[in-house]
Every structure is written in structure tokens, then in C-alpha cells.
Design a protein around this ligand. Structure first.
Ligand SMILES: Nc1ncnc2c1ncn2[C@@H]1O[C@H](COP(=O)(O)OP(=O)(O)OP(=O)(O)O)[C@@H](O)[C@H]1O
Length: 621
């Protein structure tokens, strides 16, 4: 157990509600009325403290800005082209060429290599943790017709030699389970719906096979009728859609590493940033486009991008991309523009969660796909120690300070439900002399970038966030995730806590729960049990009280258990699942072991119900 987990055990918050709780580090502190100051006392307590919100204004006389004026880049390794695509200060890129049907890699560039791959001593470098090898023990299931065998190592072939070099430069010594399977599945031309736990390498799971094939086969020729003499257009070969600007940028940064020296030029576009500079970047060439859906639609409408050459459509956080918030935009991009039809492209979907309704909806975008699950769909990593504390709303601030006092040196991410709460809690923490900053959808792009940069570099070791930071973000050294407010959808909980315990590292997640969270209690008990975590007695009691009530995800899922597998095998029949199912040991990629699915074989009833309803609301950030 980590030090942090030990410290947590010694805290006395959980179990019994305590309304007049005063955290130890505040007891006897000057002013005495600690509870008072937590409840807004800072309004009249002008200590001349500075604001961590560069230029946000906010209230009162706040003196200097903590992050004002910083460059706004947050590329892990200080890479230049993170935002807005200005290209300023960028080192020469190692861009290769495709000439006469041959790949001509660029010469090596040491300076760029250090920018892209960092050094092992770099604190911003996420090294794989002590539990990395345990990923091999997670059972893997791959269902669908003629599923290809997994690879067991990174070798060339099947991977392209240049890609292999880049993978080695990134210090990835062996593939994670999702990568072992996705590489041959995608190389075989198959569509894929892949579900693997948070932090287990899904980004590489789609980048490696897509880039390997692209390096080997080159770009498609630009159709004459699609190009325009007047407006310059980009014709990417692959498009990766992601739900947030920060995640899109992160994927782009990963793509920059693995495309080093190749002919493939990655680009990123997202809302909230200057579209003019993004267009300039596109005009310099764009083979792999990472985008948020809104900005991509905008650029498509302006005729700046054509999707007619797309071979690969990737939906990262696919369940999010297909829920009510994004689905219409995705449909427009996929069906309403010039993207090749489902038969003429490969569609790849990745997430840690895939609810049944979303899987059903996803059929529209896929053909004869393989469903891959590493561990149970929607399960949490055992690398994360999960604690649930009973804390009444009025006591949350005190309890939070307690937790923080017991924290180790790592970074702590604190999730709240609303943007207002994010600001209020951040102000409160700053008034306690803690180094906090906030990220949410009402902050400008510059503010969001600065906040994330401050957090990544440790200048602010506390980040208060809404769900905007829940998915995909890979920030080294996040050792603790606190759900100050629990989400109403258990899948959101899974993604949130997945910001720690990544790449085989360990982490701690703490949730504050009270009777107001009854809707999520049953699912939470399932999650904890599945991940072999302790279930506190009060939680079992609450689950009993709330049984008979409706489950999470908007209440129409009667049970989470339906959400944990390939829907085609639950009741949809559909396209033939592989006969011998494959909950093998997962070790060395051996499939075809024991079937865990006897009870849910091909019933063929096709009647799992309400398919047209999407899940989460559309204002999650
Ligand atoms: N084969 C590998 N060897 C070592 N480290 C790896 C490997 N593949 C990925 N990683 C590292 O693991 C971390 C998590 O990877 P990634 O962000 O792709 O996870 P994910 O599964 O997409 O997570 P999430 O569900 O949160 O989006 C990253 O820091 C990445 O560099």
C-alpha cells in the first residue's frame, strides 16, 4: 500500500457524518474560527493573495497573477507546436517524404528527438510503473469473425521499421494488451471497438497500426475534382476525433513522437483557438488530423479540409463521442461530408467504457467489427486504491483539507460537478495557502492551458476540475484523484479515477459520498467489488436501501452488469461472435481459453431494448 493509502487509513472521516468537524492542521490555527473561514470567510479576509487564474479578474483586490503571461504551451516535452499551430520557436521537424512509391525518412535530428522523447530523468516523463507487467494477467476477449492472433512483442515486421525505432525511442519495451490485439486486427483491415482500462495504452493501440500501415503504403493520391484552385485544402489519410481540446492536443503530441522522420505530418484543430493559425498549419500539410468535432465541422464547412482520402476514422473516448452531446456532429462529419462510406474506410473506436446503448448506436459506423475487451468493460484498474468516505456536503471542505494534509508529494486532481463550484473551491484552497488552480468549460482556452501547464509542472499541485478533465488526460505523477462531488454516471467515475494509476503506476482515488449520491451507490459497489477494493459497511447499507431504485446513466439502465460485454453476445445475436470465446489468461496473448460467457451466449433475441435513447446529458463541462 502506498504512503498515501496508509495515511488515508489513519484518517477518521468516513463512516460517521460529523457536522462540526475541524481538520487537524487547522486546529489551534490563528483566527480559531476555521469552520467560519471555510464557509466564505475569505471574502473579507483580504490577505493580498494572488490569483492563480491568470487574468480571470474574479473578485476583489487580488494582486498579482500566478500564471500570467506564460507561454501557454503544455506539450509534455516542451514541444513547440502545441497550440494554435503558430509554429513559432519550433525546432526543425524531422519530416520524411513519400517519393515514387517509396518512404524516404528524414535524417535524424537530435535536438528534435530530445524535444519529442525527453530524457528518462525528465520529471514530465511518465515511466511505466511496477505493475506494468500485471497488465498481462488481465483477461482479454476478442469477439467477431476471424479474429487475428495477437502480437506478443514490438517487432518489425509486422510493425514498420521506422515506427519501431520511434517506439523504442519512447522507451516502450513491450506492448500493452490492447496494443497486442489492435495491431494485427487493424493491420488485417478490420474495424474495431476496443475497450480497455484507463491508462493502459489505448492511444498507442490506434496510433501504432494506423501509422505502421501508413508508413508502408504511403498517401492516397488527391482526387482532381476534390482539390480547388482557389482554396487550399488538407486531405488527411486518418482522422482522430476526441471530445476535448486538451485530449486532442495530447493525442497530437503522441502522434508527433511516433511520426518522427516519417512522411506523415500530424495536425491538431480544436475550438477556442485562433482558426486562422490552424488553417495555416493545415496548409503546410496534414496527413493525420486530430480534431474536436465542432472545429472539424467548421473547417469542413469552410472547405479547408476534405475527408475523401480518409482510410482510418478513429473515435477516441468513443462512447462519449456517440452520446447525445456529440452524436449529431459525428453523424454530420461521417455521413454528411465527403468521407468514404463505412465499407471503404476502417473505423476504430476506443474507450474504457462502452455502455450497451452506445454499442448499439455504434453499429451505424462499423462493419463486421471485432469487439475487444481487456478486462471487463468499464472496470477500473487494480492499480488504483479506491476509498469511499461518507461526508455530508457541509463537511466536504474540512474533509478535503484533511485529505490534502495527509497527501504525499504527488499531484492531486479534485473533481466537482459545476464550473461555479470549481472556481469557489479553488479560491477556498488558495485562501488556505494551497497551490490550486482550476480547469472547466467557462475558462478561456489560454486559461485552461495555463492551468494544465501549472499542474503538469507541479507549480500548482492541486487541480480542481469539472468533467472536462475526466477523460483521456495523461498527466504523470497524479497520485490522488478526489471525487469531491461524485458524478451521477458511474462511467464518468471510472474515467475520472483513471487519471491516476496509469501505465502500471499505482494511485489512490477517494470519493466523498452521502445520501445525495444514492443513484450511483449500487454501481459503485459493483465497481469496487470487481476491482477487489474494500466496500465500507455504510456503502453496503446504502446500496441495500437504494436497491429497487434506478441505476446510473440517467436511470434507465437497470444494472451495470449489462454494460460489461460485447452487446452482440448479450442478446443481439447479430454478426457471429467467435465460437470459442476468449477469456484466456491473456498471458502472452493466448486466446481461446476458458469461456466466461456460458450464461450469456448467443441468445439471438435482439431485444435489449431502448436503443434510440442516448445517455449522458450534453452539458458535461
Ligand atoms: N507499450 C507501452 N509501454 C510503456 N508505456 C506505455 C505503453 N503504451 C502506453 N504507455 C504509456 O501509458 C500511459 C497511458 O497511455 P494512454 O494515455 O494511451 O492510456 P489510455 O488507455 O488511452 O487511457 P485513458 O482511458 O485514460 O484515455 C501513457 O503515459 C503512455 O505513454
Amino acid at each position: 500500500m502506498s504512503d498515501l493509502a496508509n495515511n488515508m487509513e489513519n484518517l477518521n472521516i468516513g463512516g460517521k457524518p460529523k457536522s462540526s468537524y475541524v481538520p487537524p492542521h487547522m486546529r489551534g490555527k490563528r483566527g480559531g474560527g476555521q469552520q467560519q473561514s471555510f464557509d466564505g470567510g475569505f471574502e473579507d479576509n483580504d490577505r493580498g493573495s494572488f490569483s492563480y487564474f491568470g487574468g480571470r479578474g474574479g473578485r476583489g483586490n487580488r494582486g498579482s497573477s500566478f500564471f500570467g503571461g506564460s507561454g501557454g504551451r503544455y506539450g509534455k516535452n516542451g514541444s513547440g507546436n502545441g497550440f494554435g499551430g503558430s509554429g513559432q520557436g519550433r525546432a526543425p521537424r524531422g519530416v520524411g517524404k513519400w517519393v515514387n512509391g517509396k518512404h524516404v525518412p528524414a535524417a535524424k535530428n537530435e535536438q528534435l528527438e530530445v524535444q519529442l522523447f525527453g530524457t528518462p530523468e525528465d520529471p514530465g516523463f511518465q515511466s511505466s510503473g511496477i505493475n506494468f507487467d500485471n497488465y498481462d494477467d488481465i483477461p482479454v476477449e476478442a469477439t467477431g469473425n476471424d479474429v487475428p492472433d495477437p502480437i506478443t512483442e514490438f517487432t518489425s515486421p509486422p510493425l514498420d521499421a521506422l515506427l519501431l525505432e520511434n517506439i523504442q525511442k519512447a522507451r516502450f519495451t513491450k506492448p500493452t494488451p490492447v496494443q497486442k490485439y489492435s495491431v494485427p486486427i487493424i493491420a488485417a483491415g478490420r474495424d474495431l471497438m476496443a475497450c480497455a482500462q484507463t491508462g493502459s495504452g489505448k492511444t498507442g493501440g490506434f496510433l501504432f497500426p494506423v501509422l505502421s500501415e501508413s508508413f508502408a503504403n504511403g498517401p492516397a493520391p488527391i482526387p482532381e475534382q476534390a482539390s480547388s484552385f482557389y482554396v487550399k485544402k488538407a486531405f488527411p489519410t486518418a482522422v482522430v476525433l476526441a471530445p476535448t481540446r486538451e485530449l486532442a492536443t495530447q493525442i497530437f503530441e503522441e502522434a508527433r513522437k511516433f511520426t518522427y522522420r516519417s512522411w506523415v505530418r500530424p495536425c491538431v484543430v480544436y475550438g477556442g483557438a485562433d482558426i486562422g493559425s490552424q488553417i495555416k498549419e493545415l496548409n503546410r500539410g496534414c496527413d493525420l488530423l486530430v480534431a474536436t468535432p465542432g472545429r472539424l465541422s467548421d473547417l469542413l464547412e469552410r472547405g479547408r479540409i476534405s475527408l475523401c482520402n480518409i482510410k482510418y476514422l478513429v473515435l477516441d473516448e468513443a462512447d462519449r463521442m456517440l452520446d447525445m452531446g456529440f452524436e449529431p456532429q459525428i453523424r454530420h462529419i461521417v455521413d454528411g461530408c465527403d468521407m468514404p462510406s463505412v465499407e471503404n474506410r476502417q473505423t476504430l473506436m476506443f474507450s474504457a467504457t462502452f455502455p450497451m446503448d452506445i454499442q448499439h448506436l455504434a453499429r451505424d459506423f462499423l462493419k463486421d467489427y471485432v469487439f475487444l475487451s481487456v478486462g471487463r468493460v468499464g472496470s477500473t484498474s487494480e492499480n488504483i486504491t479506491q476509498n469511499v468516505l461518507y461526508v455530508e456536503d457541509a463537511d466536504k471542505r474540512s474533509a478535503l483539507l484533511d485529505l490534502l494534509a495527509a497527501s504525499d508529494d504527488g499531484l492531486t486532481l479534485i473533481f466537482v460537478e459545476t464550473k461555479r463550484m470549481a472556481d469557489a473551491l479553488t479560491d477556498f484552497l488558495i485562501m488556505q495557502d494551497l497551490k490550486a488552480t482550476a480547469i472547466h468549460g467557462d475558462r478561456s482556452q489560454g486559461e485552461r492551458e495555463r492551468a494544465l501547464n501549472a499542474f503538469r509542472t507541479g507549480r500548482a499541485n492541486l487541480l480542481v476540475a469539472t468533467a472536462v478533465a475526466a477523460r483521456g488526460l495523461d498527466i504523470p505523477n497524479v497520485t490522488h484523484v478526489i471525487n469531491y462531488d461524485l458524478p451521477s454516471d458511474i462511467d464518468d467515475y471510472v474515467h475520472r479515477i483513471g487519471r491516476t494509476g496509469r501505465a502500471g503506476n499505482t494511485g489512490v482515488a477517494t470519493a466523498f459520498l452521502n445520501r445525495g449520491n444514492k443513484n450511483v451507490v449500487k454501481d459503485l459497489v459493483d465497481i469496487l467489488t470487481e476491482a477487489k477494493q474494500e466496500v465500507p459497511p455504510f456503502l453496503t447499507q446504502l446500496a441495500r436501501e437504494s436497491s429497487g431504485g434506478r441505476g446510473g446513466r440517467g436511470g434507465y439502465h437497470s444494472s451495470r452488469s449489462n454494460n460489461t460485454r460485447d452487446y452482440r453476445r448479450v442478446g443481439g445475436g447479430g454478426s457471429g461472435s467467435r465460437g470459442g470465446s476468449s477469456w484466456g489468461s491473456g498471458n502472452g496473448g493466448s486466446r481461446g481459453g476458458s469461456s466466461w460467457g456460458n450464461s450469456w451466449g448467443n441468445s439471438g433475441s435482439g431485444s435489449w431494448g431502448n436503443t434510440s435513447t442516448s445517455s449522458a446529458g450534453n452539458s458535461w463541462w
